[in-house]
Design a protein around this ligand. Structure first.
Ligand code: AMP
Length: 466
């Protein structure tokens, strides 16, 4: 079960937090479109509302008003694991403790089976990584542990990626794994000398939308606890060896361009990726265009550095989500036509530089190139602002298996032929790291096969072992 998701937690003493949590979740909709949910603590009780669908579909005004709560957590879920499954929606709730607790998780644990086996649980006893963690926490609490003590105990044994928010009677905890794979930041409502509330969220735009100021990242291995009386911090988990490992793909594709990750704005990083590509992989062309949305900032950077005019050659249907996860190739190709349409007058007769952030399976990219040719493009030169994506992610980004990844199947010329473009170039890893500005501190396992934490399967080939 894979979960690449958005999480948020809001505490507003004296005021309902559900509306703010809704706004923050809405700002994180791109991190998960399969299900949405919130858990609110009020009058000694935790109430969970969750369902399949977009944030705006799951929460009508009436549902929000009914939720209330001065402490609220929320979740948007993104998964490719089979059909939409209501039971896997989050937050997950357990009744252990005075009011029970609710948990929302972004990331993937890589030792789920071992954790479950150690606790004597069959796979049929839990629905997802998060459900298993909730079950293990509940058992600790039933043995007399507090929720923070249970978190310390259970998460010390968990491997892989977890940025989670956990709600109990009167307190909200935001926890990050020792590598810091998935983002999680902390924001403040009101002035520093008299805060009126606190927000924890996967990305900073969720703070902006509720008027909170970004204070800092939750540190890898840290637990930030928010109550009506303020914020406290605990080093919950022993630090991992080496630098923090924020996912480099957050910069490439996943995060919103207006997000700040480790002090770097994603949009600026994407522009710099395009500039580097222009220097490393120049080509004579008439127009530089980006594949909406995530390819556009890098296309701007490419245009500026190359001096080739930037233009919009594709129109995106703004009511459509991320099509990547449709299960079969024909559906994904149709998804491209549903999502993108070519601007003929911009394209006809032109030599195009087309910039996109990544090629994963290659199916949508191939359909896109065909569409541009149909619209009369004279040449299509594809420039990709990530290195070849050749290794699956086990830390919370949904990716296909290795044999489905285009870069694992073909060399550069083979990829170019599969996609049908005139030329193809990828940014180098060194240039990408440079553009992001975090030379040492990222997880780039999907690009290198060097996995910083154990993964659940043995890989073929010499790399990627642990
Ligand atoms: P494809 O040509 O089928 O490999 O699809 C490439 C497109 O998928 C690019 O435009 C990316 O922006 C997008 N993409 C990359 N990774 C993901 C992901 N994990 N989920 C959804 N879309 C993605």
């Amino acid at each position: 079960m894979k979960e690449a998701c958005g999480v948020v937690g809001v505490v507003t003493p004296g005021r309902d937090a559900a509306w703010s949590c809704y706004d923050a979740l809405y700002a994180l909709q791109h991190r998960g479109q399969e299900s949405a949910g919130m858990a609110a603590y009020q009058d000694g009780r935790i109430t969970v509302t969750k369902d399949n669908g977009l944030v705006s579909h799951v929460f009508a005004d009436a549902a929000l008003s009914a939720l209330g709560g001065e402490l609220v957590i929320g979740h948007t879920r993104y998964s490719t694991s089979g059909s939409a499954n209501w039971t896997a929606a989050q937050p997950v709730y357990r009744s252990a403790g005075s009011a029970g607790f609710a948990l929302a998780h972004n990331g993937n644990l890589t030792n789920t089976a071992a954790l479950a086996a150690a606790a004597g649980l069959e796979t049929s006893h839990y629905l997802s990584d998060s459900d298993l963690v909730a079950e293990l926490l509940a058992r600790e609490i039933e043995r007399g542990a507090t929720l923070p003590a249970a978190l310390a105990e259970v998460l010390a044994r968990a491997e892989g990626a977890f940025s989670m928010v956990v709600l109990e009677a009167g307190a909200l905890h935001a926890v990050r794994d020792p590598h810091g794979f998935r983002p999680l930041c902390l924001g403040r409502l009101g002035p520093p000398e008299a805060p009126t509330g606190w927000v924890a969220a996967s990305e900073s735009p969720a703070l902006d939308v509720v008027g909170a100021t970004l204070v800092r990242e939750v540190e890898p291995g840290e637990m930030v606890t928010i109550t009506a009386s303020g914020v406290t911090t605990t080093r919950l988990l022993a630090p991992a060896a080496g630098p923090q490992r924020l996912c480099i793909f957050e910069f490439v594709y996943f995060a919103r361009p207006d997000a700040y990750l480790l002090g770097h704005q994603v949009h600026s990083a994407r522009r710099r990726m395009g500039e580097r590509l222009a220097h490393a992989a120049p080509v004579a062309a008439d127009l530089v265009m980006g594949v909406p949305d995530s390819g556009v900032p890098a296309a701007e950077g490419y245009a500026q550095a190359s001096g080739i005019p930037f233009g919009h050659g594709l129109v995106k249907n703004r009511y459509i989500g991320r099509t990547f996860i449709a299960p079969d190739p024909a559906q994904r190709a149709a998804g491209v036509r549903r999502k993108l349409n070519a601007l003929r007058e911009t394209i006809t007769g032109r030599r195009l530089v087309v910039v996109d952030d990544s090629i994963v399976r290659g199916t949508t990219t191939r359909a896109l190139v065909a569409m541009l040719r149909e619209a009369g493009a004279a040449e299509v030169h594809l420039r990709i602002s990530s290195p070849p994506f050749a290794w699956p992610c086990y830390y919370g980004i949904d990716t296909p298996t290795r044999d489905e990844l285009l870069a694992a199947r073909y060399d550069l010329a083979g990829m170019r032929d599969f996609i049908g473009c005139d030329s193809l170039a990828f940014i180098s890893l060194a240039d990408l790291r440079d553009a992001v500005g975090l030379a040492e501190g990222c997880c780039d396992a999907c690009l290198t096969g060097e996995y910083p934490a154990p993964i659940p399967v043995t890989l073929d080939g010499a790399r990627g072992r642990w």
